[in-house]
Design a protein. Structure first.
Length: 176
């Protein structure tokens, strides 16, 4: 099964992100569906049910306090010259990075540590952007209404890829 670790988003934050998606500059984008929006803390990939149980046990040892988070910016990830992902940045990023590092450490015997982690929420995947510079210039003009929320837990999730898109299933929840 294909696994990842994520923090769920409150419904009002998902709605606010959908409003932001409507403001994105003109391009060929595949928007993330509202029900699929989450904060990915670590992608694990394929794992057997037995390994999933070891992962669950390791994650149950992660201790953290609730995190107050704000959506504060928009940006892109590139692959070479091409824009591939449009995202919303989160702050304070250090608090999220601290939680992600604890998850990494709990799983270090089973998975390599993430070399580069960026606290973000994926809004869209770009299929084609005609003019990267103009797209980014327009993106930077978008004003973000205050979007604050609290991370009170994270979850071990199973992702099943289908022709209609991914189907997510929560396998375990780990509260603050």
């Amino acid at each position: 099964m294909r696994l990842f670790i994520a923090a769920e988003l409150p419904e009002n934050i998902k709605e606010g992100l959908c409003v932001l998606q409507k403001k994105l500059p003109e391009a060929t984008l595949r928007l993330v569906k509202k029900q699929h929006m989450h904060l990915t803390l670590k992608f694990l990939g394929e794992a057997s049910p037995a390994k999933a149980e070891h992962i669950r046990k390791a994650l149950s040892k992660v201790k953290f306090s609730p995190l107050d988070i704000n959506v504060f910016s928009l940006g892109v990830f590139r692959s070479g010259r091409f824009i591939r992902v449009v995202w919303a940045g989160l702050q304070p990023e250090n608090n999220i990075i601290c939680l992600q590092k604890q998850i990494d450490e709990a799983l270090q015997k089973m998975f390599p540590k993430d070399k580069k982690f960026s606290a973000h929420l994926t809004l869209a995947r770009a299929k084609f952007v005609k003019n990267n510079d103009k797209f980014i210039e327009e993106l930077e003009k978008i004003r973000i209404a205050p979007l604050g929320f609290e991370i009170r837990s994270f979850a071990l999730k199973k992702s099943t890829l289908t022709p209609q898109g991914p189907v997510y299933e929560t396998l375990a929840v780990f509260p603050a």
